[in-house]
Write a protein that binds this ligand. Structure first.
Ligand SMILES: Cc1cc2nc3c(=O)[nH]c(=O)nc-3n(C[C@H](O)[C@H](O)[C@H](O)COP(=O)(O)OP(=O)(O)OC[C@H]3O[C@@H](n4cnc5c(N)ncnc54)[C@H](O)[C@@H]3O)c2cc1C
Length: 234
């Protein structure tokens, strides 16, 4: 309940400051590891609060063991009439193309990512090349299928590909946005925004920065160097 109140306070603050921002949250922070009902009830409170303020809530996607319950919670929210909520598809998961087909009838708001967790080859593509191909296929299908797509990647080749695809297929720029992490490829972020695309910069918030940092380091050990350099500069 304290976590729910914290999110409500953040939503209030975003509204007060009239920020063009939204929150993204993890269902395990709302109790999903213990009980799906609790996670649903907590999320429903946050989404309803956000709705009263005209705001949107993104449900992050976590380890593969939570994927099914996360989609079920999303579908239940949509069935209950909540439109201001979106989910994430991880391109590395073999199941994602089927999940996309399952979600498309809802005209979902989908963030597509490559996937950040260590998963077994039976569950996720181990090779970057396969993940990149799967990523592009998911984004193209999601756009063609009527979804709003948040293309969350720093992969410039993929970003250019998606922009060209949208132009070729006459898919308007209001149908998708680019999302990148705060501090990662800032020049690319500015360039894409200057070219007239919507860009969302994602930044972590709260006391759980340690697991976040560890995931970013596992993805890219070079980040340790950036992290230490920034700490030493303070
Ligand atoms: C807005 C946002 C939300 C996300 N949400 C989720 C989620 O809900 N669930 C989930 O599993 N994953 C999530 N991710 C993480 C995602 O799955 C990838 O692990 C991460 O984005 C790195 O992959 P990439 O698409 O940038 O491509 P990559 O092929 O990994 O990287 C492409 C290039 O980008 C640069 N780059 C990438 N990452 C970094 C970095 N951390 N530091 C410095 N340079 C970097 C490098 O130049 C690299 O060559 C999210 C990512 C973003 C941007």
């Amino acid at each position: 309940a304290a976590t729910v109140r914290e999110y409500e306070a953040i939503l209030d603050r975003i509204a007060q400051e009239e920020l063009r921002a939204n929150i993204a949250l993890k269902l395990t922070h709302l109790g999903l590891s213990f009980d799906k009902e609790t996670a649903y009830a907590n999320l429903e409170r946050i989404v309803a609060h956000a709705d009263r303020l005209g705001q949107f809530v993104r449900i992050d996607m976590e380890q593969s063991s939570f994927v099914e319950s996360t989609f079920e919670i999303y579908e239940r929210l949509r069935a209950a009439g909540h439109e201001n909520v979106g989910v994430v598809l991880q391109a590395y998961l073999h199941r994602s193309p089927a999940d996309l087909e399952r979600l498309l009838p809802l005209t979902p708001n989908l963030r597509v990512v490559k996937g950040a967790y260590l998963e077994a080859p039976a569950i996720a593509y181990p090779e970057k090349h396969d993940v990149d191909n799967a990523y592009v296929r998911l984004v193209e299908r999601a756009l063609s299928g009527g979804a709003y797509v948040a293309v969350a990647t720093h992969d410039e080749r993929i970003i250019r590909h998606v922009q060209a695809f949208a132009e070729r297929e006459e898919i308007g720029r209001e149908r998708f946005e680019l999302q990148m992490l705060y501090g990662v490829r800032p020049a690319l972020q500015r360039r894409v925004a200057a070219a007239g695309y919507t860009v969302l910069v994602a930044t972590p918030f709260g006391p759980d920065w340690y697991p976040y940092l560890m995931r970013r380091l596992a993805e890219r050990p070079a980040n340790l160097f950036f992290f230490l350099r920034n700490i030493l500069r303070r």
